[in-house]
Design a protein around this ligand. Structure first.
Ligand SMILES: [Zn+2]
Length: 223
């Protein structure tokens, strides 16, 4: 894995504290599977929180605090179907394509709606999971391009397979990227195998040029 973009420290801190939506937790978990750097930051935040709570225990003399700490630190209790994966099929197939999903994303298969295809080269399936935005699996065929747009809300992306570029950066397998109103870009893939990604879109895109009318409709499909 050669991820070149990572969740911000603020997001990792929210993740470590559990103060995060199901949608974002899934995307960040997927990234952590292949990113030692972010994993060590999450561990550090968890350790800091544990120490803070422990010092509060000393100060306030709260009874049964050890049990509370164990519950907080034992993430296996929170995500049993993510951790117990021996029987879970990690393969995702679509048309003639076969993808291996990160363990954290395998359980998303049961929340997927049927794939839809727009403009031939752009395929998506909505994932019905709680969170602040709409969540999709998106598959771009080689050569697929979305025209220049900005974001009315936040957009989060985790690249499952292949890569895409947006005129500013290139995003490889394992990458976690976030975009907001300060980003203007035109994502496309020239990867021979295309690009499969999972994304959370909090508000419709705003297309700035080219086929703007058509693609402002596309923004509405996604939102
Ligand atoms: Zn990372």
């Amino acid at each position: 894995m050669n991820a070149n973009h990572h969740p911000t420290l603020y997001l990792l801190k929210d993740y470590a504290s559990g103060n995060i939506s199901d949608q974002l937790a899934v995307l960040i978990s997927a990234h952590l599977e292949s990113c030692d750097h972010c994993q060590s930051n999450v561990k550090r935040f968890e350790q800091e929180m544990a120490e803070k709570l422990a010092s509060q225990q000393t100060n306030n003399n709260i009874p049964d605090f050890g049990h509370m700490l164990e519950t907080i630190l034992d993430k296996k209790q929170e995500y049993p179907d993510i951790i117990n994966t021996k029987q879970i099929d990690k393969t995702l197939t679509y048309n003639d394509k076969r993808f291996e999903l990160p363990t954290s994303l395998t359980h998303l298969k049961k929340y997927m709606s049927p794939w839809k295809n727009k403009l031939n080269s752009f395929h998506y399936s909505k994932i019905n999971l709680n969170g602040p935005g709409n969540m999709y699996l998106i598959y771009f065929e080689k050569g697929a391009k979305i025209p220049q747009h900005t974001h009315n809300g936040n957009e989060f992306v985790y690249v499952i397979a292949g890569s895409f570029e947006d005129g500013v950066n290139e995003y490889y397998t394992g990458t976690f990227a976030s975009f907001d109103h300060t980003h203007s870009h035109a994502p496309q893939t020239n990867d021979p195998d295309g690009c499969l990604l999972v994304t959370i879109i909090e508000a419709p895109f705003h297309f700035q040029k080219g086929w703007s009318r058509l693609f402002n409709l596309l923004g509405r499909w996604l939102y």
